[in-house]
Design a protein around this ligand. Structure first.
Ligand code: ADP
Ligand code: MG
Length: 452
């Protein structure tokens, strides 16, 4: 019988842990603790299941359970974990995440780039209530029997009500069962962009092949097909091919098929072939349950009175519920205190979460016309010159951020423009805010005036 000998150190043990040995569990706990404290919004309960493997060449290799968790870790956690590891170990190390059982079919979006799925967006984390029971049940059924239950499945509802969450939950469920499934999951924007690139570069053949050989096609925010005649034409053929081959198609939009502006009749009728299910705003009880679920996911315990307080205060959009939790958590950490009602109230004071109905469109119009020195009549006219069009877009953006009017209602204030125009404006201004500091400054100035 042979025995394997560990290499024996020639000298007394060094102060530093030797390389290639399993990573010290105590140090790992300290790293987790530090990440939790310094990046409360990032923390997830499943961090407890991360397995630090070893320290090799200055890199701590960490094993992650699923592909979606890997996306999350690689996308958002590398830096925070590396900083924490350096602080704990006291030397220059990095943290690197790996996953052993990656799906080999996978989810694709842009030109064969795997689409990052959000590990939070799974069925287990989705709370059902009267507002979403049907769309949820339909998604579960489709995930169990793609191409059979409802095809196509069309989910619609307002911003932040869980459409993307449900779509990704289906993808993750299917991949969990069939790692080899070829799922195309993408936003309508990417579909449009890829189509335009394919047309320009004469690569339509590859484009068609890629889509038409998918096992499942999932397109988020399909209302962006509005007025895109040529993309609609192409999408029509993609749809038909997949449908005839009994491949599952899932679409989401902010309105039902018939209300997408200038969508070809034949697409409207196809979108109605399967099941069209609407997500409504969550009621009070559902909002409480969502808050509890989100808090649990982040390893946070929220007292009942805090949950009721936030649920009552944040009514319109589920995304804002999560934002509220993060704020409360952040303030609690800063003050080193525990979360109670007083702390929640001060964290979410009116200045933090703007009272949705306090600012009127009129105030926005006043602020914008004054700032850009334009006339109200021009904003409401058809004029498309940049000097008018941009202030008009800023108005729409501010109205979207600070009032509870729907996209259609906001469009109504600006010469009867429809909701896609408003959406486009909101996106454009949002993009500018990111890459143009002067615009960010202008908008911040007007917002300050508005929120007083
Ligand atoms: P949409 O795509 O409709 O704009 P998202 O799917 O992006 O909305 O949802 C916004 C946020 O709200 C996400 O963090 C999502 O997890 C959460 N959310 C929405 N509905 C629910 C629900 N029923 N249960 C749990 N979380 C939800
Ligand atoms: Mg979405």
């Amino acid at each position: 019988m042979t025995t394997t000998h560990m290499p024996v150190a020639r000298e007394a043990p060094a102060r530093r842990a030797p390389e290639n040995t399993p990573f010290d569990p105590t140090a790992w706990q300290q790293i987790l603790q530090m990440v939790r404290q310094q990046h409360p919004a990032l923390h997830r309960v499943w961090f407890d299941q991360l397995v630090p493997r070893q320290l090799t060449n200055g890199v701590i290799q960490v094993k992650v359970g699923t592909a979606a968790q890997l996306n999350f870790c690689q996308g958002q956690c590398q830096q925070p974990f590396t900083a924490a590891a350096q602080a704990v170990i006291g030397r220059l190390v990095a943290v690197s995440f790996h996953c052993e059982n990656l799906p080999h079919g996978g989810v694709y979006s842009d030109s064969d780039q795997p689409m990052p799925l959000n590990p939070d967006y799974v069925f287990e984390n989705f709370v059902t209530g009267p507002c979403n029971r049907l769309p949820h049940a339909a998604c579960v059924a489709v995930a169990e029997q793609p191409g059979k239950a409802y095809n196509p499945l069309f989910i619609h509802g307002g911003v932040g009500l869980g459409k993307t969450h449900l779509l990704q939950a289906v993808c993750q469920k299917v991949l969990e069962r069939e790692p080899a499934a070829r799922i195309m999951y993408l936003s309508c924007d990417s579909f449009i962009n890829q189509f335009m690139v394919a047309v320009e570069t004469g690569e339509m053949h590859q484009f068609r092949y890629r889509y038409r050989q998918a096992d499942m096609l999932v397109i988020d925010d399909i209302h962006f097909l509005a007025r895109r005649e040529r993309t609609q034409e192409e999408f029509f053929h993609t749809f038909n091919t997949l449908y005839q081959n009994h491949k599952q198609i899932i679409l989401s939009a902010d309105c039902p098929p018939s209300e997408i502006p200038e969508l070809e009749e034949r697409l409207v009728s196809r979108f109605n072939w399967g099941l069209v299910a609407r997500i409504e705003k969550p009621c009070y009880e559902t909002r409480m349950a969502i808050l509890q679920k989100k808090a649990k996911l982040r390893g946070l315990s929220l007292p009942d009175d805090v949950v009721s307080y936030i649920a009552a205060k944040v009514e319109n959009n589920t995304r804002e519920l999560e934002g509220a939790i993060i704020k409360v958590q952040g303030v609690a950490m800063l003050q080193g205190g525990k979360i109670d009602l007083d702390l929640a109230k001060s964290a979410l004071g009116d200045s933090v979460i703007p009272d949705q109905k306090r600012i009127s469109i009129q105030q926005i119009l006043d602020a914008v016309t004054k700032y850009y020195n334009v006339r109200l009549a021009d904003l409401q006219s058809d004029k498309r010159h940049k000097s008018i069009a941009f202030p008009r877009q800023v108005c729409m953006y501010l109205a979207r951020q600070h009032t509870s009017y729907s996209l259609g209602e906001i469009g109504g204030y600006f010469g009867g423009r429809d909701h896609t125009t408003v959406l486009y404006a909101v996106r454009k201004v949002t993009d500018r805010l990111k890459d143009k500091p002067d615009v960010a400054g202008q908008v911040a100035f007007m917002e300050n005036q508005l929120t007083g």
